[in-house]
Design a protein around this ligand. Structure first.
Ligand code: HEM
Length: 451
């Protein structure tokens, strides 16, 4: 290669060519997955319509065919599908969220790093870079160090303060929703289930002047990325959301440094100055708290109201709003906001009598575990009064057990209790629009009537 050729190969592709290349890659991958789904591969079916809209029959098929709880798939990724096998993998320290050598799984920039040639796809791989999900994409020792720093934010004494905020915010949102309902319908997701957790998280992070619709947009782009980038448009939305969030938190760090408060960012800025974490780690952790904290809780509220209505148990909640905690717990088992997660073997391992090679990926189907008849009696029945003798896995398990579990439960409980008290005649009033996703499950739009 001449110097000129090397120079031109090094130059990033023009935007339109990068977009075209990225679009083609995504289309090829989706077509491959769809072909497997059409041929009956259940793991591939989880990623595609129409099966994705109601994944529970696919989970049942997977449990029926799995050997010792492990289902094989021609996608190359296996899945653990029973409560016992999911729990075992989540607690097994031979599995991590990265590959054995610390690389990120599915990192599209890997090709470049393994080749000494200049990377002509630099522009599109930048769009596809795996999102840094802080704790969720870290293994020990970094995971242990950062988790310890984030933990005080979720101390029980703080929960009482967040509960007051949740009640005040819910009251205000329901006032506005009631005004809208008086003229017809309102949207349970955009008028209550999304803005409530955004306000609580904003208080937790002490973010001033929250622009809820903008936060919801960022959350949707990042949440959808848990499934991988699904289109060129999504890739651009994701880049914009990440850049906006980085700018927001970069600015917040400076403000807290000048004027520290009691909030989590102030504490983390202190750790930053002590050298316990880096600025990038701080910004990613704040971003994770923001996103993990609202997309999920939004889905919890939507899935709960949908299940209560579909099963005729809404009236039970109205008669006894104290049932809200049970309804939240049952929703987490029956139709959880986070359906699955993934782990990677850090050595050759044997699970369920099968040998998996180092770096093998395993999907952990949290939602399938919730419907496993070996763990829960009559698992397809939604019963807010159920005695949960076996804990569900909606908040995962092992080292990555959800840090915000108590907060999410509290928000769900406040939302359901106040809804039942203030709008006892609430009922669905049109088509529920589901989220286009495999990992996160919940309604994006949920039209309801209040009287
Ligand atoms: C119903 C609501 C929620 C659900 C279903 C949920 C679910 C989960 C799940 C399944 C994981 C672990 C994923 C894995 O094992 O790979 C997780 C981790 C996490 N969640 Fe939640 N979550 C919820 C709400 C929240 C809230 C409100 C916050 C905080 C404000 C939060 C913060 C976190 C954090 C920081 C982690 C990472 C923990 C770690 O990797 O060590 N979550 N969540």
């Amino acid at each position: 290669m001449t110097t000129d050729q090397v120079e031109s190969a090094r130059r990033p592709l023009p935007r339109w060519r990068a977009d075209l290349r990225l679009g083609t890659r995504i289309a090829v991958m989706r077509a491959g997955g769809l072909a497997l789904a059409l041929r009956g591969d259940p793991v591939a079916r989880l990623m595609h319509r129409p099966w994705r809209l109601d994944p529970y029959p696919t989970y049942a098929a997977l449990r029926a065919s799995a050997d010792g709880g492990l289902a094989r798939s021609r996608t190359g990724i296996h899945a653990v599908v029973t409560h016992e096998a999911c729990t075992a993998v989540l607690r097994d320290r031979r599995f991590g969220v990265r590959l054995a050598d610390g690389r990120m799984p599915f990192d599209p920039t890997d090709d470049a790093s393994t080749s000494s040639a200049p990377d002509p796809t630099a522009a599109d791989t930048a769009l596809l870079e795996p999102i840094d999900l802080s704790l969720l994409s870290l293994d020990p020792p970094d995971h242990t160090r950062l988790r310890r720093l984030a933990q005080p934010t979720f101390a029980p004494r703080r929960l009482a303060q967040y509960r007051d905020t949740a009640r005040e915010v819910t009251d205000r949102l329901l006032d506005d929703a009631a005004d809208r309902a008086a003229r017809g319908t309102f949207d349970l997701t955009t008028d209550l289930a999304a803005p409530l957790p955004i306000s609580v998280i904003a208080e937790l992070l002490a973010i001033p002047d929250v622009d809820a619709p903008r936060f919801a947009r960022w959350g949707r782009a990042l949440g959808a990325a848990l499934d991988g980038v699904r289109s060129v448009r999504h890739a651009h939305a994701l880049s914009r959301a990440t850049a906006d969030l980085r700018a927001l938190f970069g600015d917040l760090v400076e403000r807290r440094r000048a004027e520290p408060g009691e909030d989590v960012i102030s504490q983390l800025v202190h750790e930053l100055d002590e050298g316990t974490l880096t600025l990038d780690e701080l910004v990613s952790l704040a971003q994770l708290l923001l996103v993990a904290g609202f997309e999920t809780t939004t889905n919890l509220i939507g899935n709960a109201v949908r299940a209560l209505h579909a099963t005729g148990t809404w009236d039970d909640l109205v008669a006894d709003p104290g049932l809200a905690a049970g309804a939240v717990e049952e929703t987490l088992r029956f139709d959880p906001p986070v359906q699955l997660t993934a782990r990677f073997a850090h050595s050759d391992v044997e699970i369920a009598g099968r040998r998996l090679r180092r770096d093998s990926g395993v999907l952990v189907l949290l939602a399938s575990a919730g419907r496993d008849p070996a763990a829960h009696a009559d698992p397809d029945r939604f019963d807010p009064r159920r005695e949960q003798s076996t804990p569900h896995l909606a908040f995962s398990g092992g080292a990555h057990y959800c840090l915000g579990a108590a907060l999410a439960r509290m928000e769900g409980e406040v939302a359901l209790e106040m809804l039942a008290q203030r709008m006892p005649r609430l009922r669905p009033a049109g088509r529920i629009v589901p989220r286009v996703a495999t990992v996160l499950r919940g309604p994006v739009h949920f039209p309801v009537r209040a009287g």
